[in-house]
Design a protein around this ligand. Structure first.
Ligand code: PGA
Length: 243
């Protein structure tokens, strides 16, 4: 069966509205039109909350209406008296369809716990947002995952050491990624889509895309530049589809 990849740009805490605008312009000026590839999979942008409204209003203007909006987090609470929080209801209002949850940077720098990840997953699913549960180990995948249908969530394997640092890439070895995902699948009987994240770039993306267990990526640093990001999309979608 033809594999439909999900490629998520994770801008992390980067890009002003003006920079986001330049990025969209850069992507729309690529020689090939992104829409030609999109049938072979899905491309999402997980931008900071501050740029989601701008992207929501601008994608169509740049002819990039097929890109999907994602958030990098979601509140454990619904809409209400929770100062500083971004609940799922308000993300849905801005067209958000995917949400990263439990990214290793949140677990490390903000001490996010499995219980919070579980609660966030519940909030996202309730509002129809597909959570991308980020995990380095099986123990970071919430146990309540079995209460959901496999098409309601995605799991990403993302070893913290493989995350790029200041533009230096140190990706996990493809065979280790495959082994880890196989292990996730076997031990938790996972039937959802599985992604890999950590130093994915134009040089290694096609190799990861062809691993049997990999259904896509979360791309951090290499997604900040529209050319680099487009090159990842091109290579993955060209090599996994009959275009
Ligand atoms: P990276 O980040 O591609 O810059 O390594 C990936 C991630 O943290 O999601």
């Amino acid at each position: 069966m033809e594999k439909k990849l999900l490629i998520v740009a994770n801008w992390k805490a980067n890009k002003t509205v003006q920079e986001a605008d330049q990025w969209l312009r850069g992507l729309s000026q690529q020689e090939a039109k992104i829409d030609e590839y999109i049938g072979a999979g899905e491309v999402a942008i997980a931008s900071p909350t501050t740029t989601i409204p701008f992207l929501f209003e601008s994608l169509t203007k740049y002819g990039l209406g097929s890109l999907i909006l994602a958030s990098q987090d979601v509140s454990i609470y619904p809409a209400g008296p929770y100062t500083g929080e971004t609940p799922a209801e308000l993300l849905v209002d801005l067209g958000v369809r995917y949400c990263l949850i439990g990214h290793s940077e949140r677990r490390k720098f903000f001490r996010e716990t499995n219980l919070e990840v579980e609660a966030k997953m519940g909030q996202a699913v309730k509002l129809g947002i597909t959570p991308i549960i980020c995990a380095q180990e099986i123990s970071e995948i919430p146990t309540n995952i079995r209460n959901y249908q496999p098409n309601q969530y995605v799991v990403m394997y993302e070893p913290f050491e493989a995350i790029s640092t200041e533009g230096e890439y140190h990706a996990e070895k493809p065979e280790r990624v495959e082994a880890k995902l196989e292990d996730f699948k076997k031990k938790l009987n996972l039937q959802c889509r599985l992604l890999y994240g950590g130093s994915v770039n134009p040089e290694n993306a096609a190799v990861f895309a062809q691993l049997p267990s990999v259904s896509g990526f979360v791309v951090g640093h290499a997604s900040l530049d529209p050319q680099e990001f487009f090159s990842i999309i091109e290579q993955c979608f060209l090599k996994t589809s009959p275009h």
